[in-house]
Design a protein around this ligand. Structure first.
Ligand SMILES: Nc1ncnc2c1ncn2[C@@H]1O[C@H](COP(=O)(O)OP(=O)(O)O)[C@@H](O)[C@H]1O
Ligand SMILES: [Mg+2]
Length: 276
């Protein structure tokens, strides 16, 4: 069996008396999607940051691309980070930089990147992917919330990463804009076989990841087998509560859960509610 792209083994992290992560274990195979859910403060953002060594755990092991990264100094981590893209909560664009400069940032500030002559082409390619080529010279403040999210995605993919981490990419967006963002996430996953970790509160987002795939010929999402059968490695769900994994499984297993904390994230409930 190939080694997973990302693996946590009993990862624990406390901030003073706050339990951010407690014995968290999971693995994500190449091309798979992992949906991460949980109430505010349950450890979702910390989990993403620990995944790429931005925050170091107190105990346990984190394996990225098959190598243990816990104790690596920052200069060694840079070698890994060039293959990872992250869409931070609230986009986290640099307000004083133009869209083009924001997207170019990882190319100019991470090691092993494109030669300077290629930067413009890579920035245009990334912005084309999110259909925002026309905003190159704009400032983030001139864009809508949904457009800023799309710029954040362009910045995250400009390096052609193998692993993409999305922290609440649809939070605060209207349903149509949220669907546009999810379509981009599936497109990136399915065209490039990119492994994706997606933090979300929206049942619809998780349902799309688990049951749809991006069809390049149609230029749109099409239904895949349930739980992504026949396309990607199946989509898995990780539900956190106070830093602990309280559920790890697929959508079908999730729909059978009876625990009230877990049930609030259940897809079936959302679908039933929508049909009324
Ligand atoms: N840098 C930090 N210093 C102290 N506490 C933190 C820090 N980062 C996160 N926490 C705490 O860890 C817990 C998990 O945080 P986080 O992962 O951001 O939650 P969420 O699931 O909302 O993304 C919360 O209680 C949060 O207050
Ligand atoms: Mg968070």
């Amino acid at each position: 069996m190939p080694s997973p792209i990302l693996e946590f083994s009993n990862v624990t992290l406390h901030f003073d008396d706050v339990v951010a992560l407690e014995k968290v274990s999971f693995r994500v195979e190449e091309g798979a999607s992992l949906v991460i859910m949980g109430v505010a403060g349950s450890g979702k953002s910390v989990l993403l940051k620990v995944s790429i060594g931005l925050v170091k755990p107190d105990a346990g092991d984190v394996y990225l691309f098959g190598e243990r990264i816990n104790d690596l100094p920052d200069q060694d981590l840079a070698r890994f980070r060039q293959h990872v893209g992250m869409v931070f909560q609230e986009s986290a664009l640099f307000d004083s930089l133009t869209v083009a400069e924001n997207v170019a940032y990882p190319l100019l500030n991470q090691q092993g990147q494109a030669p300077p002559g290629d930067v413009d082409a890579r920035v245009r390619e990334a912005l084309q992917f999110v259909e925002l080529e026309h905003t190159l010279e704009k400032l983030p403040s001139e864009l809508s919330g949904g457009m800023r999210r799309r710029v954040a995605i362009a910045r995250a993919i400009v390096n052609h990463p193998r692993l993409l981490l999305y922290d609440s990419p649809t939070a605060g967006l209207d349903p149509i804009t949220a669907h546009t963002i999810m379509t981009l996430i599936l497109k990136r996953r399915d065209i490039g076989n990119v492994t994706s970790l997606v933090v979300t509160h929206r049942l619809q987002d998780a349902h799309l990841l688990a049951n749809f795939r991006y069809d390049a010929a149609k230029g749109d999402l099409v239904a895949a087998g349930r739980n992504g059968a026949g396309t990607q490695p199946p989509t898995r769900f990780l539900i956190l509560n106070r830093g602990r994994v309280v559920f790890d499984g697929d959508e079908d297993a999730l729909s059978r859960q009876q625990d009230p904390y877990i049930r609030r994230f259940m897809i079936a409930k959302g679908v039933r509610a929508a049909k009324k």
